[in-house]
Design a protein around this ligand. Sequence first.
Ligand SMILES: C[S@@+](CC[C@H](N)C(=O)[O-])C[C@H]1O[C@@H](n2cnc3c(N)ncnc32)[C@H](O)[C@@H]1O
Length: 469
Amino acid sequence: MGRRRKKIVENLTVHGIADKGMAVARDEEGMVYFVKDAVPGDVIDLLVLRKKKGFKTGIVEKFRSMSPHRVEAFCKHFELCGGCKWQHLSYENQLKFKQENVVSAISRIGKIDSTLVQPIIGSTTIKYYRNKLEYSFSQKRWLTKAEIDSDQTDLQKPALGFHAPGSFDKVIDIDECHLQDIFSDEIRNWTRNYAIEQNLSYFNIKENHGFFRNLMIRNTTLGEWMVNIIVGEDSQEKIINYCTQLSTEFPQITSIFYTINTKQNDSIYDLKVESFKGPGYIKEQLGELVFQIGPKSFFQTNSLQTAILYNKIVEFADLKGSENVYDLYTGTGSIALYMAKYCRRVVGIETVPEAVIDANKNKELNNIENAEFVVGDVKDILGQRFIQKHGSPDLLVTDPPRAGMHKDVIETLLNLNVPKIIYVSCNPATQARDIQLLAAKYLTEKIQPIDMFPHTSHVESIALLKLKS
Ligand SMILES: C[S@@+](CC[C@H](N)C(=O)[O-])C[C@H]1O[C@@H](n2cnc3c(N)ncnc32)[C@H](O)[C@@H]1O
């Protein structure tokens, strides 16, 4: 049987960025290629690895010329880690290509005039911008091919860091990360050394055993720090020893929690999170407001940029003080509370009960009286009965998860005739899809992309929609 010939596509110019660090190129016939390890501006020969309907994926066979937009990657883990995949592209160009992604989604999927997209707002800080990182422990360290081929590599070494892209059981051992304040590095690296000194095991997710499992570190711009150590064994002595040593070594950590997780998956949302030290939350400030954040609560991960995002929402809302506002997918109520002082009344809907408990605590903490929060699925709750109880909204803010809004929610919105909708999204493709569905009744007035996640392909986008007269 003859060997299959390699399919090479020659002389492709890479022109865009996509998810998971993939770059995009297009040939003269319009075929789209997703390419690993290339950046916009590179001219390459591409080896096709997979064909799908409408696109192909591949790797670089040869660089004909390198992009002028390339910069040196700053992190030693860049090649392996899936975290900051675009750090070898200048930040100016990252913004340019994120802007193009929003423009492309809006015109291609949303069928809307792309000139309505405003210039992207870049992140004020492009390193150490995250307020939350979750590390994993694994008995299995991710090995490079060179390590596997080398006789000197200790193949058994465990790892504390991030999962290798696409691998649920293997972890890249991380000793520096530029996403969170370097104090996070100190906590993680100290924990690794502690585990070695105390001879404590790392989790084996395939066989479901081992002590150290996950390490969650959160911080706020007010200088507060939270650590939640998640362990795979119910061993109080080992847990308390670790927490005591951690607390002594780093008195700056304001809240320490531990969680025993012996399940097959890493989610802690159905588990009891025990407090070892501190009040049970950390506090963050956005504008004039203070937010209490518990270990299970969602909070936007780039605090500095969140204030900019929320100010833009307030600007788009252009409230006069008499309005009734709905905030769909409200999380811990942060957008609703941020808007409360500019309107008569605001009501938020959120499906996670713990988040609504936090939303109510935050309401009290900030002495806000004109906000209310309702637990439930927007799809089931938003309707005529809800309107009868809470009054017709003058403005509706919606901030759904990446998948966008359920088609029943769109249907409801098309019947409610709310004069103004502000659609906040972290996925321009689903936002554009939903805007297109709303176009029967709504005109899009403007769209504002905001970068919350430097060195990744993700981008936030706010759309202002007005009811057609
Ligand atoms: C992108 S977050 C936005 C949170 C909040 N607006 C903020 O700025 O922090 C989406 C929120 O929607 C909630 N959610 C997801 N699906 C939902 C649904 N079907 N109904 C209500 N809330 C939902 C999630 O729990 C999450 O808090």
